[in-house]
Design a protein around this ligand. Structure first.
Ligand code: F6P
Length: 563
């Protein structure tokens, strides 16, 4: 039986009622960022926060001093602080799986060993035992002490995984490419669509390739299918190259030199044929989408080196500590979570854009989609009762400036509210000039222009003053008052990226807490997995075909006719 108290229904709290009245009053008076800035010269100062070394500006969000106060009342009413402390201390807040939620322990310093004993496990000691093994392994691969079966140095890593065992590593690898200093490139295979493996393996020399199979459960259909395919590709190619002779011993030796695994199910790893020496574990208190800073990040340690990975963990830790210790009113991490509730439940926002002004972060929105939507896309609360409000907005985005030429039209002038987070960094590893122009400044100018246009818009009179014909004026008006948060940092370092990830992990937690959701299970992905197993035989088996619903049958008949 779970000892976690039942969720408090946020919608029944006085704070919710007060927020509703406050919202209605703001709408009635007319929301005007221009007016709010004019009325309060300290607005920027009051609504700008430093979390770790991230500089976060909420001044162009649709909030006033009173909104902040009421949102914090709501956070307190539903017990955000208590649940946060319960999470950090290892309580089983993942009630449907009866598990602790301890991704924050993955970045605790070694000196804290012995201070967090959960379910009989010295969590921090275990974390560092695996980290140290990974660092030693990565050092060997990076230095060339670890060699392939034919004695060649490893130059490529192929990581096979999906969901949380893929999106985090890919995103971070892409984001931190400038720090990959060992001449080892990584490729990530996730999709069971054979096209993915075909493209990622193309041109690879198996003699210089190390494969990492990443799967928390080591039962995921896509990952195991791809793992077998990569194993066959590797062994056949090594044999063709004369690197192995095809005997069982030489194949086993090749697997030992070219395959490692990351999983919580080390028995299944061994069954697959991977030497337990080459397996790196983690624990069921790390959710897949919260696991990039566990052994799941092994490819990153190999590509970037242990030192950079430690800096990465340091960034997470900085935000964890900030989130834990900062009072709600000044806690921008908590405020961003509460503000998302404000937009979803009081303004009816259905989606949230994440717009990095940094090409290296091009997979960050995809990563956040799993983090946020697999966590909070739920209709049932952690005690099994239905949710009492809308939950789980749709996260999406693309880097600027590309998005400006694609979907920003809707954010500027469409009929939906799309709160947007802009993420940018002052410095770039590639300073370039176009004549006199610093190109990075031109780029950042766009970030500042977009957030300004969204906040303050353009009135009909301003449009007319440009000599626009009257009939076109309405089409060229920008209403403004479209909320944005600006997250500005010095440089996209491993530390800063760790901070960014932890920031969104905790935002997700805060929203889940207000909605009463267990943000750490993902039962919604199970039905499709079960059905795929049941349907697949119907491509060839008539008896299986007749068991399907009419729509599925018709599609399979189309498949049969065209194959
Ligand atoms: O299908 C969803 C999911 O369970 C994710 O939550 C998880 O990250 C992914 O599959 C991969 O699972 P595993 O790491 O066990 O292969």
């Amino acid at each position: 039986m779970s000892t976690i108290p039942a969720p408090i229904d946020a919608t029944q709290t006085p704070a919710w009622k007060a927020l509703q009245e406050h919202h209605d009053r703001l709408v009635e008076e007319g929301i005007s960022l221009k007016g709010w800035f004019a009325a309060d010269p300290e607005r920027v100062e009051k609504l700008t926060f430093e979390a770790g070394d991230l500089h976060i500006d909420l001044s162009r969000d649709l909030i006033t001093d009173e909104t902040v106060r009421l949102l914090c009342d709501l956070g307190r009413a539903v017990g955000v602080e208590e649940r946060r402390d319960a999470m950090f201390s290892g309580a089983h807040i993942n009630t449907t799986e009866d598990r602790a939620v301890l991704h924050t322990a993955l970045r605790r310093p070694k000196e804290q060993a012995g201070t967090l004993i959960v379910d009989g496990q010295d969590v921090v000691a275990d974390v560092h035992e695996v980290l140290d093994r990974m660092y030693a392994f990565a050092d060997k691969v990076r230095s060339g002490a670890w060699r392939g079966v034919s004695g060649k140095k490893i130059e490529h890593v192929v990581s096979v995984g999906i969901g949380g065992s893929d999106l985090g590593p890919v995103m971070v690898y892409e984001a931190l490419k400038p720090y990959a200093d060992a001449g080892i490139d990584c490729r990530y295979i996730s999709n069971i669509d054979p096209n993915d493996a075909a493209e990622k393996l193309a041109g690879l020399d198996p003699e210089t390739t190390l494969v990492i199979i990443v799967s928390k459960t080591f039962t995921t259909l896509e990952t195991l299918t791809n793992a077998r395919e990569v194993r066959t590709w590797m062994l056949d190619a090594l044999e063709r190259a004369g690197a192995i002779d095809g005997s069982a011993e030489s194949r086993a030796e090749a697997i030992r030199k070219h395959f490692v695994a990351v999983s919580t199910a080390l028995d299944l790893v061994e069954e697959f044929g991977i030497d337990p020496e080459n397996a790196f574990g983690f624990w069921n208190w790390v959710g897949g989408r919260y696991s990039v800073d566990s052994a799941v990040g092994l490819s990153l340690i190999v590509a970037l080196g242990p030192e950079r990975f430690q800096e990465f963990l340091g960034g997470f830790r900085a935000i964890d500590e900030y989130f834990q210790k900062t009072p709600l009113e000044e806690n921008v991490v908590a405020l961003m979570g509460l503000m998302n509730v404000w937009y979803v439940n009081f303004f009816g926002a259905e989606s949230h854009a994440v717009l990095p002004y940094n090409q290296y972060l091009h997979r960050f929105p995809a990563y956040l989609q799993q983090l946020t939507m697999e966590s909070n896309g739920k209709g049932v609360r952690w005690d099994g009762t239905p949710v009492t409000s809308a939950t789980g907005e749709i996260f999406w985005g693309e880097p600027g400036t590309n998005g400006q030429h694609a979907f920003y039209q809707l954010i500027h002038q469409g009929t939906r509210m799309v709160p947007a987070d802009f993420i940018a960094f002052v410095n770039t590893p590639h300073p370039v000039r176009d004549g006199e122009q610093d190109v990075h400044e031109l780029f950042l100018g766009n970030f500042l222009a977009q957030t300004k246009a969204l906040a303050f818009g353009k009135t009909a009179d301003e449009v007319r003053a440009e000599g626009t014909p009257e009939e076109i004026v309405p089409a060229r008006v920008f209403t403004g008052n479209r909320p944005t948060t600006s997250i500005f940092g010095d440089t996209l370092t491993p530390f800063a990226l760790g901070e960014l990830i932890a920031l969104y992990e905790h935002i997700t937690f805060v929203q889940g807490t207000v909605w009463g959701i267990d943000s750490y299970d993902q039962w919604g992905v199970e039905l499709g997995k079960q059905l795929a197993k049941q349907i697949t035989p119907a491509f060839h088996d008539d008896a299986a075909l007749t068991e399907q619903d009419p729509a599925t049958q018709a599609l399979i008949r189309y498949y049969r006719a065209h194959r």
